[in-house]
Design a binder for this molecule. Structure first.
Ligand code: CAA
Length: 257
């Protein structure tokens, strides 16, 4: 697939998407989001890929939606175009997604990271929702994701003030997973991705579904879904392999079936 604003390549079992509009701090225009989501879907349906990683460059993961592109929008043009509908397709990705972040992750860039399952950031990364300073507000899920991750008061403070916060602040508040030296972000993300690549893919997939459901379902319904998913793992060869390997005191080799 030929893309204009992203570069994609495979490293082992990890499908990598590199955001590639460096002249505008990887600002996300609509074509770019479309390319990102399509590439995620390609990786998600490729049996050779176990984990998806999204990364930017040293200066920026992504500095938000492309302001030049949005400038002339009207309520009706937005209603007709429905530019955020494509973002919803990220919710259908079944494989683990890791965001590897250096530099700015602002507005839509932060929202893209929040759509990923795990976030690894460099110590100097800056996260924020500056939309309020543009007279708008987050539109690609920022208020919903951030509130779920850090709670109402902290989310309101962050989105109301629009000021960037550090990776360590988000680590303390449970929004991101790991903070490392900027030059180690990619290595740490790959380590994590390679570990996940060795786990049973069906377990990872069903765990992701169950954990995501915890935000939407009642406890009773969530427990029901978890139980069904647990039962479903017993349909896989990987369950047999995992338990057999335990009995034989060796490492399991999971096939994803
Ligand atoms: N849209 C369009 N262009 C952008 C951009 C964006 N979001 N962010 C940066 N750029 C462009 C700049 O205009 C500049 O272009 P020129 O060289 O042609 O002037 C280039 O990228 C480099 O940026 P700066 O010169 O500003 O670099 P800096 O290091 O001084 O600052 C920055 C970097 C802090 C990221 C700053 O560019 C900035 O504040 N950008 C805007 C961030 C923002 O407001 N994001 C939210 C967008 S709205 C949104 O995302 C809505 C949503 O929910 C989906």
């Amino acid at each position: 697939m030929t893309n204009t604003h992203i570069t994609s390549y495979i490293d082992g079992k990890v499908g990598i998407i590199q955001l590639n509009r460096p002249k505008v701090a990887n600002a996300l225009n609509r074509l770019m989001i479309d390319e990102i989501v399509k590439q995620m879907e390609v990786y998600d349906s490729d049996d050779a890929i176990r984990v998806i990683m999204v990364k930017g460059n040293e200066k920026a993961f992504a500095a938000g939606a492309d302001i030049d592109e949005m400038m002339e929008d009207t309520p009706l043009s937005l209603e007709l175009l429905d530019p955020f509908a494509v973002w919803d397709r990220m919710l259908l990705i079944k494989k683990p997604m890791i965001a590897a972040i250096n530099g700015f992750a602002l507005g839509g860039g932060f929202e893209l990271a929040l759509h990923c399952d795990l976030i690894v950031a460099g110590e100097t990364a800056k996260f924020g929702f500056p939309e309020v300073q543009l007279g708008v507000m987050p539109g690609a899920g920022g208020t919903q994701y951030l509130t779920r991750e850090m709670g109402r008061r902290k989310a309101l403070e962050m989105v109301w003030l629009g000021e960037p916060v550090s990776a360590s602040y988000l680590l303390q508040n449970g929004v991101i997973n790991r903070v490392v030296a900027p030059e180690l972000v990619e290595e740490e993300s790959m380590k994590l991705a390679n570990k996940l690549s060795k786990q049973a893919p069906i377990s990872l997939r069903l765990i992701k579904e169950a954990v995501d459901a915890a935000g939407d379902l009642s406890l009773r319904d969530g427990l029901k879904l978890e139980r069904k998913n647990f039962y479903l793992t017993f349909a896989s060869g990987d369950q047999k392999e995992g338990m057999q390997a335990f009995a034989e005191k060796r490492r399991p080799s999971f096939k994803g079936v």
